[in-house]
Design a protein around this ligand. Structure first.
Ligand SMILES: Nc1ncnc2c1ncn2[C@@H]1O[C@H](COP(=O)(O)OP(=O)(O)OP(=O)(O)O)[C@@H](O)[C@H]1O
Length: 668
């Protein structure tokens, strides 16, 4: 059945509408991808959407002289017509004109023409690629308000709590102008607050929270999620399961930073687990770590870069197996099975050498807290599976928590495909267009900028060693500080951000640090980062979405300078960081610093790093300039391919697993 606004399902806790999943065969997938070759360019044509500009301008002509009350009255009338006629073009143009007029009055910002086009793309169920800083927060209000007026519940989804709360606060007044209720779901909300927020017309939430809430609902529902069953329960028992459910179905999602949510983060499934107490694993973990600490790399174990999976893995060698076997003879029963003891030692080696403090996790209040590699933020209450978390707790001398057993899991791919309507936006989608089409059926429309871009990006500076690179970065910060130009110094890990902080402190350069350990003052730090001479060191936390407002005199000095101290695994992430400067046509500059000892070259292209080092040695750094960009692009492409493969495998696994579970009578 084609889903139009007129036959849109009711939003309630009994039926919780969502798109039914259809299992795709290999042939289906191939046919879909082939269709995309022809269909995508047609669907992505700008002219289909740019007509909204003139239509909205025409519809808006008479609005400027009207009172607020008259505008509201118009919206009530529009509400009725949208519910009958759906998103017919004249109604959409009228709605956008109204929203633009109200935004000018309430927020002091009228949507630019290009923002109207972006809004129409998203409302049409496509992705809008708009340059960083083009005002996507404001763009989202166009489809969100139009859909909410039509009676469709909307989830505006973004990547972290800070942006979610910020966007809900900034845009709240505009929604309220039209009598639209707005909720916000972030980590510290209680179940009752979440249920209330999802009950609003528009809900701002993070990708993780909404997926976990969905899984929590699945757990509450257990084996009998039917609407009739829930209605009966509700009639006989006022506190039945429907009263505990959080979501009212998956209706319309507007996903911000869509490449991060739908693609990058889709490499890891979301899992809810419960403590599986009473397994004397602590003693086992201690023994495994002690034993692993005695083993020697290259003799007893190897660390290999697993090209297929894009991760480092540990392999215990024959000699390693013998050594472990000998030591195990005098240990408990768990150590007597050769397979089990090898697995224990392999995990212990992984905990010791592949998971690093202040890069993958930090220790806070005697607890191991995982750092989200995409957002640079701590993920409270999350843990690694299969005993790894307990091993790291022992390694760091923290109290050991119980192992956990999976209760519910889902991948982002399968979750987002369940929305009845999906749209989104980002500054960086072009490289992953094919994947977005293949997995989600979403075409990407590139929207031109409002004003010409003034961001300067000179070629990277290249250094043979990390030490030389760090010295050059500090020198550059000092020079910019003397000229009173604000600097955003981007680092990949907490450890490196702290290292730079130490180097700057030694030179008496005042600075502020924004990382997973120091996130309490995030809004304050960001609000000051555009002041003259302000130096801000930040991890990925400030890599996406962060909007640094420039002091007036800063624009005259060339705007904010971003210093990228390391290239990321994906060129998109680099572009996002560069996009913190030169926003809305402002001046700005992003300078990259690369060393041949950077992890990108180790993981992405070790051979390349070796060859480049040789060239540098022989001919000097001059030769790097023409070759360097190519080398980085190649290494990043290689890693992107590896990650795309990992996502594909996860999706297949998830789909197959779901088939098996449905057979055994469970839905997830
Ligand atoms: N129509 C407008 N009029 C005036 N200012 C605007 C308008 N739209 C956006 N802005 C301003 O532009 C800046 C950037 O907006 P925003 O942070 O929403 O951009 P973005 O596209 O989401 O950026 P990113 O890609 O980094 O997430 C903000 O300071 C915002 O106030």
């Amino acid at each position: 059945m084609h889903l139009s606004v007129a036959n849109w399902p009711r939003a309630d806790h009994f039926t919780r509408p969502e798109k039914k999943e259809r299992r795709r065969t290999v042939l289906d997938r191939l046919a879909w991808e082939a269709a995309g070759v022809v269909a995508r360019p047609l669907l992505e044509r700008m002219s289909r959407f740019s007509r909204v500009v003139n239509a909205a301008a025409l519809a808006g002509e008479s609005l400027t002289g009207e009172t607020d009350e008259a505008l509201r009255h118009r919206s009530v009338n529009l509400r009725r017509r949208l519910r009958v006629d759906g998103f017919a073009f004249p109604l959409v143009a009228e709605s956008f004109a109204l929203i633009r007029e109200a935004a000018g009055r309430v927020l002091g910002m009228r949507h630019f023409d290009c923002q109207l086009v972006g809004g129409y793309v998203i409302l049409s169920g496509l992705l809008a690629e708009m340059e960083t800083g083009e005002g996507k927060t404001l763009v989202a209000t166009l489809p969100a308000i139009t859909a909410a007026l039509a009676g469709i519940p909307v989830h505006v989804i973004t990547v972290n709590d800070y942006l979610t709360q910020r966007d809900a606060d900034l845009m709240g007044a505009l929604y309220r102008f039209f009598g639209i209720t707005v909720g916000c779901v972030i980590h510290d909300k209680t179940p009752a607050q979440r249920r209330a927020a999802y009950g609003c017309d528009v809900t701002y939430c993070t990708n993780k929270e909404v997926v976990f809430d969905y899984l929590r609902d699945r757990i509450v529902l257990g084996h009998a999620p039917g609407a009739l069953h829930l209605h009966a329960e509700h009639l006989y028992n006022r506190y039945g399961r429907s009263e505990q459910l959080l979501l009212r179905g998956l209706h319309y999602a507007i996903v911000d930073e869509v490449d991060s949510v739908l693609v990058d983060e889709a490499r890891t499934p979301l899992i809810i687990s419960r403590s599986d107490a009473g397994q004397g694993e602590e003693a086992e973990a201690r023994q495994a770590l002690a034993l692993a600490g005695e083993l020697k790399e290259s003799v007893h174990y190897r660390i290999d870069y697993e090209v297929d999976q894009g991760v480092n893995t540990i392999t215990v060698t024959e000699q390693g197996r013998e050594a472990v076997g000998l030591a195990a003879a005098s240990m408990g029963t768990a150590w007597q099975s050769p397979i089990r003891r090898e697995e224990l030692v392999r995990k212990a080696l992984t905990a010791l050498y592949l998971y690093r403090l202040d890069e993958h996790y930090l220790v806070q209040d005697d607890k191991v807290q995982i750092i989200d590699e995409f957002t640079g933020r701590v993920m409270p209450d999350r843990s690694w599976e299969g005993g790894l978390h307990q091993l790291i707790e022992v390694k760091e001398g923290c109290p050991v928590t119980g192992q956990r057993e999976t209760v519910a899991r889902i991948s982002y791919q399968r979750f987002f495909r369940r929305y009845l309507k999906l749209g989104g936006m980002t500054g960086t989608a072009r490289e992953i267009r094919r994947e977005l089409w293949a997995i989600y059926g979403l075409p990407v429309v590139r929207i031109p900028t409002n004003r010409p871009l003034q961001r300067q990006i000179p070629p990277d500076e290249i250094f043979p060693t990390l030490a030389e690179k760090y010295a050059a970065v500090v020198q550059r910060v000092e020079a910019l500080y003397r000229q009173e130009i604000p600097v955003l110094l981007g680092t990949r890990t907490v450890a490196v951000s702290e290292y730079f902080s130490g180097l700057l402190a030694r030179r008496d350069i005042p600075h502020q640090v924004l990382n997973a350990k120091q996130d309490a003052e995030e809004a304050l730090i960001v609000s000051r980062a555009g002041e003259p001479g302000r130096i801000t060191i930040a991890t990925n936390m400030a890599g996406r979405g962060t909007d640094i407002k420039l002091a007036p005199e800063v624009a005259r000095r060339g705007g904010l300078h971003v210093l990228m101290t390391e290239r990321h695994e994906s060129g998109r992430v680099d572009r996002q960081l560069a996009g913190r400067c030169g926003r809305q046509g402002d001046p700005g500059r992003c300078e990259g610093f690369v060393s041949l000892e950077d992890p990108l070259f180790k993981d992405g292209s070790p051979g390349l790093a070796g060859r480049a080092a040789l060239l540098l040695e022989k001919r000097g750094a001059g030769l790097w300039k023409p070759l360097g960009k190519k080398a980085i692009t190649r290494a990043q492409r290689k890693l992107e391919k590896v990650h795309a493969g990992a996502r594909k495998r996860l999706l297949r696994y998830d789909e197959n697993r779901s088939d098996t579970l449905s057979f055994s009578g469970r839905s997830e």
